[in-house]
Write a protein that binds this ligand. Structure first.
Ligand code: FE
Length: 242
């Protein structure tokens, strides 16, 4: 799902304290339930309150010459296309092929991630949690939508939904099942609640059958959802069977 500019602006407004009203949160959930296909267009007939406010603000700021519309577009483009899950996928693939890097990543994520050139806003303190055969990690921000921007880009709509934020804590196994991830009963689920200070990234398990793949090929397998903890990484031969 592509993050729309409206979503970014709505996020910015939420962060600024405008808040998402309960009716809006409900509308967002309805929206998601009605449309489970991938799409980058906007279905909402009437823009949400924060979106309207953002549009009005932008228009006034542009009219007064205080902001440049092209600069705003460049900012949005940066987060949509240059900073995104691809960065995180490179980090994960490196950890899979280089055990010393993996250990540095688990010990000091920010420094290890910076080794690959990533860091900055919304990633001032990052923690990487490792999935194993015994432990599965799931990341949420129960308060709002805190997310490790330098490695994952902007959060998807579902990550910000009230349903995800509450159910990840109340019933993580049930939630994961809905994402298509069935965990064995003996696997421990650890839920990590992000904050404005600390952002989490899941180091998924390297899929069986990927031993011969190189770092770039491995990175191509790693998905955003796997790094949030709502999916596992699937090897090419498993994908072919799916
Ligand atoms: Fe948050």
């Amino acid at each position: 799902m592509t993050t729309t500019r409206r979503e970014l602006l709505a996020t910015a407004l939420t962060a600024a304290g405008a808040g998402v009203t309960p009716p809006l949160a409900a509308a967002q959930q309805d929206h998601e339930h009605d449309h489970d296909h991938d799409h980058d267009h906007d279905h909402q007939a009437v823009p949400s309150d924060p979106a309207l406010r953002a549009k009005a603000l932008e228009s006034v700021l542009v009219a007064k010459g205080l902001v440049d519309r092209a600069a705003l577009d460049a900012l949005v483009d940066t987060y949509e296309h240059q900073i995104g899950p691809r960065n995180g996928a490179r980090v994960i693939a490196r950890a899979w092929v280089d055990d010393a890097y993996r250990q540095r990543l688990l010990k000091n994520a920010k420094a290890a991630i910076a080794e690959l050139g990533y860091g900055g806003v919304e990633g001032e303190q990052m923690v990487v949690v490792e999935n194993t055969a015994q432990v599965h990690n799931l990341v949420v921000c129960t308060l709002c939508s805190c997310y490790p921007w330098p490695v994952l880009g902007l959060p998807p709509l579902w990550y910000k939904s009230a349903a995800y934020r509450s159910r990840s804590v109340i019933d993580p196994r049930g939630l994961l099942r809905e994402f298509g991830l069935e965990l064995a009963a003996e696997v421990e689920v650890r839920v990590w609640d992000s904050t404005a200070e600390v952002r989490y990234l899941v180091l998924p398990e390297r899929p069986a059958g990927s031993e011969k793949l190189g770092e770039a090929e491995l990175a191509a397998l790693v998905t955003r959802d796997a790094m949030v903890g709502v999916a596992r990484v699937v090897a090419p031969h498993e994908r072919a069977q799916a």
